[in-house]
Ligand binder design. Structure first.
Ligand SMILES: C[S@@+](CC[C@H](N)C(=O)[O-])C[C@H]1O[C@@H](n2cnc3c(N)ncnc32)[C@H](O)[C@@H]1O
Length: 271
């Protein structure tokens, strides 16, 4: 059973995937290219959402390679056409056996953050790599989302209040909203080498594509926000603020970490 707060079968999921694809896919693609990703590679994309990145990986590896995209709720990803060497699998990364081994590249974006079993899952992902293969984890640090501009102080306080309530719901569901800042350490503890990390963030102005992520997220859990003390009026003012031209908030910083499984003979990995 998944603990994931934002059920991917819900209508709001496609809006969330569209924001993630638009705002973060260009970033993720450039981070994945840093591994040397090339034709013929075998790749595993975990919790692929709409599978936009899995499909892009398929283009990079070509028919000589293969990509397996896993997703606990593959409804949206299944609506996209893809070539035979890109396989979409309904799969729970916490409970199901790994779909393969000896991967050149394993990638997950914004999945382990949500899973209480994230350390065990990380260890399984490392085990799925060939010696010298790359794991790339990309995760948010939800603890650094300062309001950058607001029509007045009350508006800034309202954003913080509703956003803090949302993070509380995530924690109740077993997520770690600060997981992004812990990934380098966790990947080192899991035995990976050649670790490197890059963080990306930008301003999300009112009405922008990115800020709609807050709309989809709060919309989907509106009932639970209400149960946690956010009033209907506050939620309506929060949603209106997300459209306000004088409002801007920092995007969720995406921390992209890459690391390699050591060689079995203990020799140094080639650079
Ligand atoms: C925040 S979304 C990120 C989607 C995609 N990785 C992206 O960055 O666009 C988290 C995704 O993880 C999936 N997920 C949650 N729990 C999972 C599990 N136990 N196994 C596989 N996927 C899971 C969800 O269905 C959802 O699509």
């Amino acid at each position: 059973m998944s603990h994931y707060l934002f059920d991917s079968a819900a209508d709001q999921a496609i809006g969330r995937f569209a924001v993630l694809e638009s705002c973060y896919d260009p970033v993720s693609r450039s981070r994945l290219e840093l591994t040397g990703l090339t034709t013929g590679w075998r790749c595993l994309e975990i919790g692929g959402g709409s599978a936009s990145l899995g499909d892009w990986l398929g283009e990079q590896v070509g028919p000589e390679g293969e990509v397996t995209v896993t997703e606990i709720e593959p409804h949206w990803a299944a609506s996209r056409k893809r070539p035979d060497h890109v396989r979409l699998l309904r799969h729970d990364i916490v409970r199901d056996p790994l779909p393969g081994k000896d991967y050149d590249l394993v990638h997950a974006r914004l999945v382990l953050l949500h899973l209480p079993e994230r350390i065990e899952v990380l260890q399984r992902l490392v085990a799925a790599l060939r010696p010298g293969g790359w794991l790339v984890l990309e995760e948010f640090d939800c603890g650094w989302t300062p309001v950058l501009a607001a029509p007045d102080e009350a508006a800034a306080a309202l954003f913080d209040r509703v956003h803090t309530a949302l993070l509380g719901l995530l924690e109740q569901a077993g997520a770690d909203p600060l997981w992004g800042r812990r990934v380098v350490g966790a990947m080192a503890a899991a035995g990976l080498r050649q670790l490197a990390a890059i963080t990306y963030a930008e301003a999300w102005p009112g009405g922008s594509t990115g800020i709609a992520l807050h709309r989809h997220n709060t919309d989907q859990v509106a009932d639970r926000l209400a149960a946690s003390g956010v009033t209907i009026g506050e939620l309506e003012r929060f949603q209106a603020l997300l459209q306000h031209p004088d409002f801007a908030v920092n995007s969720y910083p995406l921390i992209s970490v890459r690391g390699r499984r050591p060689l079995e003979n203990g020799k140094d990995l080639p650079r």
